[in-house]
Design a binder for this molecule. Structure first.
Ligand code: 9D3
Length: 244
């Protein structure tokens, strides 16, 4: 899979892409990530990428010409890329969308800065506007890293063991049960007895119930979509859950 990142801060990506799973995937040629400096597609002396908004008002707007030139350049190579603009107005990224993006061969990710991007560029050149959530960042760079990390780990071979993405939280629609490791007693803070019992049936039931409980307490919205057994529903009703 190939990612091209268009940004006015290309060095922002240097260190994060040299660590962990992404670094290994790049080394193994499963992943290729290029960063392109938007300023390299300007032609004026000041390498201008922004300008004042028509109609007046606060802030600056990203100019269309450098963005368009950069895309024109990138689109000469095959396969045809999907063009993503990171933007607070975008569709909010969710795991099902991450799964769809992981099927693409090539993604171009454009990192917005300033107040926004000239709408004509979005209308004619962008396939997908993406937000990573309802909070305000200073630009699209950190958001682009989130997309790259989430998508990369779904590329076959990137995570050592192909079974592990599906054991993740969200694949069963619930939050995870709590985890513990040695020592069994730390300053009197004890690991739940059931986990030391060796009774695997009992442990499995306890973990399922812990998952249901933490999901009910923190993300009751997830329970509407999660596949639940009759036993799960009985347990949740005991906690006070009311389905619809
Ligand atoms: C006052 C209006 N603001 C919109 C909510 C302006 C504005 C805020 C932040 C314009 C650009 C930005 C920069 N943010 C991003 O480029 C961005 C972003 C974000 O702020 N939150 C979540 N996801 C994303 S993806 C790109």
């Amino acid at each position: 899979m190939i990612f091209d990142i268009l940004t006015i801060f290309p060095s922002f990506f240097d260190s994060p892409l040299k660590e962990g799973v992404i670094h290994k995937a790049i080394e193994a040629d499963l992943l290729k990530i290029r960063t392109l400096n938007l300023r390299d597609y300007t032609h004026d002396r000041h390498r201008t990428t922004d300008d004042r908004p028509y109609g007046g008002g606060e802030g600056m707007v990203m100019k269309i010409e450098p963005l368009f030139k950069a895309l024109e350049d990138l689109k000469k190579a095959l396969p045809a890329p999907k063009v993503i603009l990171m933007s607070p107005r975008g569709q909010v990224l969710k795991q099902n969308l991450v799964e769809d993006l992981a099927k693409e061969e090539r993604l171009i990710i454009i990192c917005g800065r300033y107040e926004g991007v000239d709408e004509r560029f979005i209308e004619h050149c962008v396939d997908l506007e993406l937000s990573i959530g309802d909070y305000i960042l200073s630009g699209g760079e950190t958001a682009a890293l989130v997309v790259i990390e989430a998508v990369s780990r779904l590329i076959p071979g990137v995570l050592g063991c192909p079974a592990s993405p599906h054991k993740d939280s969200f694949s069963n629609g619930l939050l995870e049960y709590p985890h513990y490791t040695r020592p069994a007693d730390f300053k009197g803070w004890r690991v739940p007895d059931v986990l030391l019992s060796g009774d695997h049936k009992k442990i499995e039931k306890w973990r399922r119930q812990q998952s249901l409980k933490v999901t009910y307490e923190r993300r009751p919205d997830l329970l509407k979509k999660a596949p639940l057994s009759i036993e799960d529903i009985k347990y949740l009703k005991g906690l006070g859950w009311k389905a619809e």
